[in-house]
Design a protein around this ligand. Structure first.
Ligand SMILES: Nc1ncnc2c1ncn2[C@@H]1O[C@H](COP(=O)(O)OP(=O)(O)OP(=O)(O)O)[C@@H](O)[C@H]1O
Length: 675
């Protein structure tokens, strides 16, 4: 199940802390005895200091800032601080930060005793008034990284004095997010933590009635959270006054701008009276640098925990790729869920709304979430998934960003997404807050390539074939055997004579008979094999060699035509070339295998063998309609040759119909009509 593991970043943080602190200790030995007396205090201060210095590059180097931070972290908050510091060993313990008691208690009630690295490293910067760009991998707590210091600033910090109060007050904080679901989720955090310090918040997004939103705004509010389209509409209706804003946050900023909302975002941000008096914060797991220069002050701080590290995706996730044709998806996905979901929740991503709905209909107990579904239904669906009413959600990219859902163990992507950011965010719906997870990406070697995503995300994919029904049955058999030992002995007299009869007359051993009984108990009466390449039942995967290199699929088809009639050649599925260029791999119906074999036996220089495991294959380069061209071999090999697109089958991928509805409410302006 969902094992809590120490967050890697934290381990790194702590390892680095230990190293730094031991270096400092060594140098201290040489110091005078007077200094030695002070060492304990110094060490405490240094620990506070380094706790937000790790994960360079960080703009924390100036002495001035260091002093500020020392003051920040060491500044006691009455006796409580002292007391709690003694109890807690963690370098990022909540008690080490300028977090007031009500917030601390709220955090504690949520099981949060220490800050995650992105939170620890940005807290003082935000509280002390800096604009900030924060980048950390998915699931590392970026939301609280802005929620906590903003709330603290407004209640005890620098913005407290100028914050508006009373009935009809204009908001002090504006948070913009790319999707309604995400806006709701972030609103919940502001509601919970803001509520603890007496700050109110509301969530404004499309697809929901205006009236209730207007009412809240009229009453007066401290924090407004929402999607750009609806917020802009409220501004135009004169419902929101942003002139006294203190903070503006762009969460998943890159996605909002990618969706074509630069103008809306600029219009909204431009409504503040004096931009110099507003703090702007940008957070995402994927943030191109141009974004920050557009919206933030030139002396902004940057905390980038991903930086130039190769691995951009979550390190808590097992990243797997599996070849599978679109027609086999609905057969293979339930088995992937059985093998990799550890009984937890699964999110399946499709490229189009249509395929999300279709797949949800085909998978037992699954529901769809996409932009064509009415907002009220979207909310019911997400709530049902969160509460465990159903365990499989089939979604478009509308669920790719930011959603934090407990116990999502498995992500399945039906095909490689167009851009690496989508891969990073989708796979990041699992493996959150230190938990582990699995992300399986399906791909059709004839049509798509995983090497581009692999290269750009820094992920080293594990390559597997679809779980074979026999493997799944084996796992079920082990479970069945356990349950059988729990059956009461009282059943034996009633079934014993039938069992003896079987033993005496079936010609099978006791173990064989028991195996059949176990199979029947878990619903198996036969086990069909599944091909390795397109994961089709009643198909096997074979490799064809022709005594010389095979450069193109058409050459391989030509070889087959030498010994097979055309109608049999047309049964071939998923033609791919081996990475070494010596063979062609494809699926054939089990019923025709003998025909293929005998044909090959009789043809000169041709061999045909059934495969138990896929060899390294050449991949199709995504940018071109051809295979190979030096792309990395699918299974660790290196592609060298080329061949043109395969035949038949294929994804129902309607590239024109990729993104529609959802984000912008009814207007669907400029690129908003996506998911
Ligand atoms: N200090 C903490 N200690 C324990 N859990 C935390 C802490 N901070 C945040 N969390 C939990 O970690 C989970 C992930 O947080 P969050 O959704 O903010 O991640 P994120 O970095 O914004 O991810 P994404 O990039 O996918 O949006 C949430 O369930 C949150 O409650």
């Amino acid at each position: 199940m969902n094992k809590k593991m120490a967050l890697k970043d934290f381990e790194e943080t702590e390892a680095a802390l230990t190293e730094k602190s031991s270096d400092k200790k060594k140098s201290k030995k040489k110091e005078s005895s007077k200094k030695r007396k002070e060492s304990e205090i110094e060490e405490e201060e240094e620990r506070s200091e380094t706790s937000s210095e790790l994960g360079e590059p960080v703009n924390l180097k100036s002495e001035k800032e260091k002093k500020k931070k020392k003051k920040a972290k060491v500044e006691p908050e009455a006796g409580v601080e002292e007391q709690e510091r003694g109890e807690s060993e963690h370098p990022n313990a909540v008690s080490r930060f300028r977090i007031s008691v009500p917030l601390r208690e709220k955090l504690k009630s949520k099981g949060i005793e220490s800050l995650f690295p992105i939170q620890a490293m940005t807290f003082d910067m935000v509280l002390d008034g800096s604009d900030l760009v924060g980048r950390a991998r998915t699931g590392q707590g970026k939301t609280l990284a802005f929620v906590l210091p903003i709330l603290e600033s407004l209640t005890n910090g620098p913005t407290k004095a100028s914050k508006k109060t009373g009935y009809g007050r204009a908001p002090s904080v504006l948070v913009l997010l790319p999707t309604r679901e995400l806006a709701k989720q972030v609103h919940e955090d502001f509601d919970v933590y803001g509520g603890a310090v007496g700050l109110t918040s509301c969530c404004l997004y499309g697809g929901a009635p205006y009236h209730a939103q207007e009412f809240k705004l009229k009453k007066g509010i401290d924090v407004v959270i929402g999607t750009p389209g609806r917020i802009k509409d409220h501004i135009e209706r004169g419902n929101i006054d942003l002139s006294s804003l203190k903070f503006r946050v762009l969460d998943e900023a890159d996605e909002m701008l990618r969706m074509g909302f630069v103008e809306d975002v600029e219009l909204i941000l431009g409504k503040v009276e004096d931009a110099n008096k507003v703090q702007t914060l940008l957070f995402s797991a994927t943030l191109p640098s141009w974004i920050s220069t557009k919206f933030l002050k030139s002396d902004k701080k940057t905390i980038d925990l991903v930086g130039n590290e190769k691995m951009k995706a979550s390190t808590n996730v097992r990243h797997i790729v599996l070849p599978c044709s679109s027609s086999a998806r609905s057969q293979v996905i339930p088995d992937i869920i059985r093998c990799y979901s550890s009984g937890g929740r699964t999110i399946i991503f499709t490229e189009t709304k249509e395929s999300a709905s279709q797949l949800a209909d085909l998978l037992p107990g699954a529901r769809a979430l996409h932009g064509d579904i009415q907002q009220s239904q979207r909310e019911v669906t997400l709530a049902g998934f969160r509460s465990g009413k159903f365990m499989t959600l089939v979604a478009t990219n509308v669920a790719a960003r930011g959603l934090d859902i407990n116990d999502v163990q498995l992500i399945i992507q039906c095909e490689p997404p167009r851009d690496v950011e989508a891969y990073i965010h989708r796979s990041g719906r699992t493996g959150r807050a230190g938990n582990t997870g699995v992300a399986v990406m399906l791909y059709d070697p004839r049509k798509s390539s995983v090497s581009k995503i692999e290269r750009e995300s820094g992920v080293k994919f594990e390559h597997i074939s679809a779980p074979q029904p026999a493997d799944i049955a084996k796992a079920a058999g082990v479970e069945a055997a356990e349950t059988i030992t729990q059956v009461s002995d009282s059943v034996i007299p009633a079934f014993k004579s039938a069992a003896e009869e079987l033993l005496n007359n079936s010609g099978l051993s006791a173990a064989e008979l028991l195996a059949k009984a176990l199979a029947k108990a878990v619903g198996y009466t036969e086990i069909k094999s599944r091909s390795l390449l397109s994961s089709l039942e009643d198909h096997v995967t074979v490799v064809l060699e022709a005594g010389k290199p095979i450069y193109t699929p058409s050459f391989a088809f030509g070889v087959l035509r030498r010994f097979l009639p055309e109608e049999k050649v047309e049964l071939v599925k998923g033609m791919a070339l081996t990475a070494d260029g010596n063979g062609a791999v494809f699926d054939v119906p089990v019923a025709d295998l003998d025909l293929f074999r005998s044909g090959a036996d009789n043809a000169a220089n041709v061999s045909l063998e059934v495969l138990k495991q896929l060899p390294p294959l050449q991949e199709r380069e995504q940018s071109r309609g051809r295979f190979g061209g030096g792309g990395r071999g699918g299974f660790g090999g290196r592609g060298g040759n080329r061949f043109s697109g395969g035949r038949g089958g294929g994804f129902s991928d309607r590239r024109n119909d990729r993104f529609s509805g959802g984000f912008r409410g009814s207007k669907g302006r400029g690129g908003g009509n996506r998911w």
